[in-house]
Design a binder for this molecule. Structure first.
Ligand code: SF4
Ligand SMILES: [Zn+2]
Length: 278
């Protein structure tokens, strides 16, 4: 089955979104988000691109320029959120301060900030759903990482669709959830998308990088990867129910008003740490 048909099947099976909804795609400038934006446009969905300028020097400039051209060639509205305007600093500075102060390494800090910005701005811009480019390999990594951390509860939200408007989240959806990364790379190359395949200059060695390397050695087939993810999908709803039974609920952050699991959201805790150093 080709990739476009697989995407459509996932959208229909999991009722991700309809043709009349405003579907925002979180763009990184890489193969996954570019491919899904292209496929959704081709399938006739009402798509818009949303990108964060992380201020990673030339790397960010190239990605932004590529995405601007890409969206303009397909007549797709393109929105950019400037991290420096939003937070006063670029991502490398923020990551360096958090490493020094809280020993937070890897892409955790960047991930929390990006999720916060994307949710806040897609909500402000009127998005019905927010599409991310997460693929089957990302999901396999999540399952294994959580298992190796001894906490499979961390994967409770694993699903092609997560977050609800009621809890202050724009619905986040992953139409590439069941598609292997290799297949997306081949698709992107076959379409000759003008994108940059280089690694982010600010990516440090992380637990995810190690897990990815380990999975590469295992050389799992697409079938084996699907088995891992499909089996976990049978467990995830039970984990969600257990979390609710244990009193878990989404609150409003007392500082920014965005969704939070505690009194203050994780993003505001990060902002607090680096603002003193700005
Ligand atoms: S690789 Fe890490 S630092 Fe770079 S954009 Fe992604 S999450 Fe951020
Ligand atoms: Zn907050």
């Amino acid at each position: 089955m080709n990739i476009e048909k697989k995407v459509l099947d996932t959208i229909v099976k999991y009722k991700l979104f309809g043709k009349k909804e405003r579907v925002f795609v979180a763009l990184s400038g890489g193969k996954d988000s570019t491919s899904i934006l292209y496929i959704l446009k081709k399938l006739g969905y009402n798509v818009e691109g949303l990108m964060i300028d992380l201020h990673l020097g030339e790397w960010s400039k190239i990605h932004l320029r590529n995405m601007e051209e890409f969206c303009s060639s397909l007549k797709i509205p393109f929105h950019v959120v400037d991290l420096k305007k939003e937070l006063g600093q670029g991502i490398c500075f923020i990551k360096a301060v958090l490493k020094k102060k809280k020993n937070l390494t890897g892409c955790t800090v960047c991930g929390i900030i990006k999720r916060w910005i994307l949710n806040k701005h897609s909500k402000k811009l009127g998005a019905s759903v927010l599409v991310t480019g997460h693929n089957l390999d990302d999901e396999v990594q999540n399952v294994l990482m959580n298992f190796l951390k001894g906490n499979i509860m961390l994967g409770a939200n694993s699903a092609p669709s997560t977050g609800t408007k009621q809890s202050g989240f724009v619905q986040r959806v992953k139409p590439l959830f069941f598609i292997p990364e290799d297949e997306i790379r081949k698709y992107s190359l076959s379409k000759k998308f003008k994108i940059n395949y280089d690694k982010c200059p600010c990516a440090f060695e992380t637990y995810r990088t190690d897990t990815r390397a380990w999975l590469k050695v295992l050389d799992l087939s697409a079938k084996q990867k699907l088995k891992i993810v499909n089996n976990f999908q049978k467990v995830a709803p039970k984990l969600r129910s257990r979390r609710v039974a244990e009193g878990f609920e989404i609150k409003k952050c007392s500082v920014c008003g965005e969704p939070a699991t505690g009194i203050v959201c994780n993003a505001c805790k990060i902002f607090e740490s680096f603002r003193d150093d700005s």
